[in-house]
Design a protein around this ligand. Structure first.
Ligand code: SF4
Length: 484
């Protein structure tokens, strides 16, 4: 399971996850120019963006610019915007807006923050929305969604939107404010609902003190229980692009988890017994045997339109049997982090979610630039009796390399004698908690035998679950490297 973090979510990790989850985040109000955006934003107060988008085509056909709006009759404006609610006040503000734009700005919407905020019906929040979306000026308008999500994530404890905005602007780089504004709104709408947040499928869960039950929900005043079973699968597919295979069997545990992270859980019709994360997948997606011995009859009965495999994880015979059954399959090959980035793109394309693949791949690649290639000689053991290690040419070997260690031992996954271990003279020994369940006793034993080496018992999923946890693995090993 992902490890809980303290009260305030680390900004870069949070942003990385939001980018992956909402590559399509953008202004939801339809507009063609700054004038239309100001009008739409005024109409969106206490109203959904979808409702506003239904209203504005007729409105802009009648009032295409400030001049026509300045000359309008209030009753006519009210009739056109009635469905957005509070239409009397909104109509008054829109008339005042048209007149002020004509009187002070020759009919154009100003890009100066103070001049914009001084227009009737605009104010600071609307000004920020317009500045960001019409003029590209970094701004982080805090609406009801951002206010709720930011406080739930522990990014701010402030009691007002203005103070939450100030906190967020302190935490996040100015250049990211516009993107973050849209991502947090999307997150609030799609997952972190005001009354029923879907914490079980939330990509921010292990960064969120509210979702983990560490603090009371500042919005509802309740303490949540950290979810270990999920809601109905249907809840995770909202807002996703259509297209790509719709009945997927995953024979790769970390890819199963990745599909859930990408919001594709509703398309999963089968998984292996080792596909156990997130936990609720165990009760919602049927099992089709193991990674090495998949149940091909069961897979055939599920009539998948794609089976996903990985070359080291699954046997070649499984792919051959699928071919014989006429079932389409995709085999990934991930032995380096560079390959992981390439496979993220390939998988995103194959599943009809290329933006998700690209965002995750680009984010991973940005972490690989300029890394140190030399460091302590590190041996990653993956089994005991007999000893087995993950060699320099494996995914784990490259994870070590990219984190500043020098992976040692023979290539592949060789068995080793005690004498081999001694001859390798490791300066660091990694004991992942899976596939073998290394524990503190094993670590203490090895430490006695290699007093000069740093022996680390580490989270096996972070180190071996490629794609879904590659960033987590880098965080873990880079942390160890820094402290060594
Ligand atoms: S874990 Fe729950 S409360 Fe936290 S951001 Fe996600 S949905 Fe919202």
């Amino acid at each position: 399971m992902p490890r809980p973090r303290p009260a305030s979510a680390p900004a870069d990790d949070l942003q990385r996850r939001l980018r992956t989850a909402y590559p399509d985040a953008q202004c939801a109000l339809d507009h063609a120019d700054p004038f239309q955006l100001v009008v739409a934003t005024i109409l969106s107060a206490q109203c959904t963006d979808a409702r506003v988008n239904l209203t504005t085509p007729a409105f802009f056909a009648r009032f295409p610019d400030a001049a026509s709006l300045a000359a309008a009759r209030q009753e006519e404006v009210e009739a056109l915007i009635r469905s957005t609610g509070f239409f009397h006040n909104k109509a008054k503000n829109l008339l005042g807006l048209g007149q002020a734009l004509m009187a002070r700005h020759a009919g154009a919407v100003p890009s100066d923050p103070a001049a914009l905020a001084a227009l009737p019906g605009v104010g600071q929040k609307t000004a920020n929305v317009v500045l960001a979306n019409a003029f590209g000026v970094p701004a982080l308008a805090v609406d009801t969604h951002i206010f709720r999500v930011a406080r739930r994530l522990g990014l701010s404890k402030a009691p007002t939107p203005e103070k939450v905005e100030a906190d967020l602007c302190r935490i996040f780089p100015r250049g990211d404010w516009i993107e973050l504004h849209h991502q947090l709104i999307f997150h609030g709408r799609r997952v972190c609902d005001a009354r029923r947040p879907d914490c079980a499928v939330c990509p921010l869960l292990n960064l969120c003190p509210t979702g983990l039950g560490t603090i009371k929900d500042p919005h509802l005043g309740l303490r949540f229980q950290a979810p270990d079973t999920g809601p109905a699968v249907r809840t995770v597919s909202r807002g996703l692009p259509q297209g790509g295979p719709q009945r997927i069997v995953s024979l790769v545990p970390s890819v199963t988890e990745l599909l859930v992270q990408w919001g594709l859980a509703a398309r999963l019709v089968g998984r292996t017994r080792y596909c156990i994360e997130p936990k609720w997948i165990r009760t919602t997606v049927p099992m089709v045997g193991g990674t090495k011995d998949p149940d091909l009859d069961r897979i055939r009965d599920l009539a998948p339109d794609l089976v996903i495999l990985e070359k080291d994880e699954n046997p070649q015979s499984a792919a051959e049997a699928l071919t014989a059954l006429g079932i389409p399959w995709l085999a990934l090959e991930i032995r380096t982090l560079k390959a992981a980035a390439a496979e993220l793109r390939r998988l995103g394309d194959a599943l009809g979610v290329p933006e998700a693949g690209e965002a995750r791949a680009a984010s991973l690649e940005s972490r690989l630039k300029g890394r140190r290639r030399k460091g302590p000689r590190a041996l990653a053991l993956i089994w005991k009796a007999p000893w087995m290690s993950a060699g320099p040419d494996t995914y784990l070997g490259d994870l070590l390399r990219q984190s500043g260690f020098t992976p040692i031992g023979p290539d592949g996954y060789p068995t080793l004698e005690d004498a081999d271990l001694a001859a390798l003279a490791p300066q660091a020994i990694l004991l992942p908690t899976e596939p073998f369940r290394f524990n503190h006793r094993h670590a203490a034993d090895l430490q006695r035998r290699f007093p000069e080496a740093a022996v680390h018992l580490v989270d096996g999923q972070a180190l071996t679950w490629y794609l879904s946890r590659t960033e987590e693995g880098l965080d873990l090993l880079q942390g160890l490297r820094k402290s060594s």
